[in-house]
Design a protein around this ligand. Structure first.
Ligand SMILES: *Cc1c(COP(=O)(O)O)cnc(C)c1O
Length: 219
């Protein structure tokens, strides 16, 4: 199957309110260009350096999403152009993103990553840490970031009930904070669902799916 037909097949199954992030990590620019020519404009990468190299080479109407774990000292490399950072999991990182956004005279949209899996290895905030962050005075001071919602990754398992439980948990955390409206917080996005579980994620309330291998093939 071609990248174009994979994309079209997936897009045909997505409800209108769900945004598709084409996860292109490790794939060459020529593959991304096939997706671009098929109309895809949102790409997700998990390494800042790789994303920046692709940004430099590709058309400028692409929106670049950082979906991987972000180290503070590398934020400056993507601050001029990144459209959405999915994996923000600390006030310290938000403060650095704010600082680099200010230097570039822009506002950077972010999602807060919530820890929903049973695995030890995944990053993210728990519900208490999330509430602490959103109500802190340090957070209110950040004028050059905007929180659009939450992101989560389910446990890597075949157990659909387990995955469903975790997605439902993320949706309920989102619902508990969604009325919160400050200048730097406008909550309308739940980023959950990858190639193996995006249909279930959409059933559970996802508004943004991050799909790689179903579009570009295995890595
Ligand atoms: C790689 C990755 C994806 C996409 O995974 P696929 O299974 O290839 O669809 C989604 N989200 C994150 C955070 C990733 O790192």
């Amino acid at each position: 199957m071609s990248i174009q037909s994979n994309l079209n097949t997936i897009k045909a199954t997505l409800p209108e309110h769900v945004t598709l992030v084409a996860v292109s990590k490790t794939k060459p620019v020529s593959d991304l260009m096939q997706a671009y020519e098929a109309g895809q404009r949102i790409f997700g990468e998990n390494k800042i350096q790789e994303m920046t190299e692709k940004w430099e080479q590709m058309p400028k109407d692409i929106q670049w999403h950082m979906i991987g774990h972000v180290q503070s000292n590398k934020v400056k490399f993507m601050a001029p152009y990144v459209n959405l950072i999915h994996g923000v999991d600390s006030l310290k990182l938000l403060q650095e993103i704010n600082k680099q956004a200010l230097k570039n005279n822009r506002t950077i949209d972010c999602l807060l990553q919530i820890y929903i899996a049973e695995e030890e290895s995944k990053f993210g905030l728990d519900e208490n840490e999330l509430n602490e962050l959103l109500t802190s005075s340090e957070f209110k001071d950040l004028k050059n970031i905007r929180i659009l919602g939450l992101m989560g990754m389910a446990t890597f398992t075949e157990d659909q009930n387990q995955i469903k439980k975790e997605f439902t948990h993320l949706k309920s955390i989102f619902d508990s904070i969604k009325e919160l409206k400050t200048e730097n917080c406008q909550l309308n996005t739940i980023s959950m669902g990858m190639s193996g579980d995006y249909k279930l994620a959409i059933e559970c309330g996802s508004t943004m799916v991050r799909i790689g291998s179903n579009i570009f093939g295995g890595r």
